[in-house]
Design a protein around this ligand. Structure first.
Ligand code: PMP
Length: 402
């Protein structure tokens, strides 16, 4: 019987918490809160609206924001698109510069590049070998021509935590709006939008035991510009994002965030200890090398390079282990990682890099088994082809899978 796969890809997505699934289920059928939350003229509609507003309050609570500062979107991709495009279109032609870091998620980088077609002057700032933006590099780019600066809180491939407080304060002192993608930090690091000095912040539910297809953008209440909406229609979400509110998705996100707040002091330290154990096992005897090891890193992510091994082949060999090479989004496009390139890894090193991401359900036993599987596969590959070029067919034959 095949053994159960070990899931170490929580940064790509998480399973939905059973309590979240139950809450979502209660918004679908005729016995549940199925009515349109905009139909406030009748009781079922008002009941749905109340559940949406309760969820909004839960999301706001995690950020120490006001519920009215939360705009629900279809996910963080849309939230990032709305933040950059909405601000740029509101501030042009006076302010056309958009400053982003080189390690942003494609939903930030590609949006910025798409806005270049509309006249944006996009400046991509590099990072140090640990994946950090140097405020001194940012500073000269922040002036009266700058519409927005966007730097992510936690990088999804490396786990590097950015000093958002400092970058946010710098932008504010220069009168420049600041956005951060907090998809990978929400629920793992305490978030306070006031301390972080952010104007806009993107969130997703599915990295935090909520459903896919729902996210939010925090928009500071006294933002000096009116965000130009991307989606036009019935004027939902204070005109910022039209479309019938997806009650079940929103309620799921609210419940996931409520649980995250409850578990914030418990989950991250436990996960960090497991991550440290995994790194210890995988770097012993020079097997692998931890990336961004000098940076503050989020609890659940470890990026390791196994020199001399081809990542795709290694992944193939690790059939029972669900991990990623770079990010799931990069995998969808079949591209090598722009993040690993930005921290100075060569294409060969980038290809020899695996992201392990741990979560709420990860156990000590899984970590031990995962480390043993990786060690055996890396050693096997290195033995067969000193440059890691053993073919998958060869391995399958050797291990009797053919
Ligand atoms: N930003 C980061 C840092 C992410 O990791 C992801 C998910 N891969 C996103 C944005 C996009 O989020 P969503 O899947 O909700 O669109």
């Amino acid at each position: 019987m095949p053994s159960a796969p070990i899931y170490l890809d929580y940064a790509a997505t998480t399973p939905v918490d059973p309590a979240v699934a139950r809450a979502m289920g209660s918004c679908l059928t005729s016995e549940g809160t199925f009515a349109n939350p905009a139909s406030v003229t009748h009781r079922p509609g008002r009941a749905a609206r109340a559940r949406v507003e309760d969820a909004r309050a839960r999301v706001a609570e995690l950020l120490h924001a006001d519920p009215e500062e939360i705009v629900f979107t279809s996910g963080a991709t849309e939230a990032n698109n709305l933040a950059l495009t909405g601000v740029f279109r509101a501030l042009r032609p006076e302010r056309t510069r958009i400053v982003v870091s080189a390690i942003e998620h494609p939903s930030v980088l590609d949006t910025a590049h798409a806005l270049a077609e509309e006249g944006a002057d996009v400046v991509v700032v590099g990072v140090d070998p640990e994946g950090r933006v140097d405020p001194a590099v940012l500073e000269p780019l922040l002036d009266e021509r700058t519409a927005l600066c966007s730097v992510m809180h936690v990088n999804n491939e490396l786990g590097t935590v950015q000093d958002i407080e400092r970058l946010g304060a710098l932008c504010r002192s220069r009168g420049v709006l600041f956005h951060t993608d907090a998809v990978q930090s929400a629920g793992k690091i305490p978030l306070d939008v006031h301390a972080l000095a952010v104007d806009l912040l993107s969130l997703s539910a599915h990295k935090l035991y909520g459903p896919k297809g729902i996210g939010a953008l925090y928009v500071r209440r006294d933002l000096p510009v009116g965000l130009v909406p991307l989606i036009h229609g019935g004027g939902h979400e204070r005109g910022r994002r039209s479309g019938t509110l997806a009650t079940h998705q929103i309620v799921g996100m609210g419940e996931a965030y409520r649980l995250a707040v409850e578990r914030l002091s418990e989950d991250p330290p436990r996960v960090a200890a497991l991550r440290d154990r995994l790194v210890e096992l995988l770097t012993a005897d020079g097997l692998g090398r931890l990336n961004a090891r000098g940076a503050e890193r989020v609890s659940g992510i470890a990026s390791l390079t196994f020199p001399g091994v081809v990542g795709e082949t290694l992944l193939y060999f690790l059939g029972d282990l669900a991990v990623s090479q770079g990010s799931a989004c990069g995998a969808a496009r079949g591209e090598s990682s722009h993040v690993l390139k930005a921290i100075g890894l060569s294409p060969l090193e980038a290809h020899a890099t695996i992201r392990f991401s741990l979560g709420r359900e990860t156990t000590e036993d899984e970590i031990a088994r995962a480390a043993a599987l990786v060690r055996a596969a890396v050693q096997d590959l290195r033995r067969r082809a000193p440059r890691g070029e053993a073919s998958a067919t060869e391995h399958r034959r050797a291990h009797g899978h053919d």
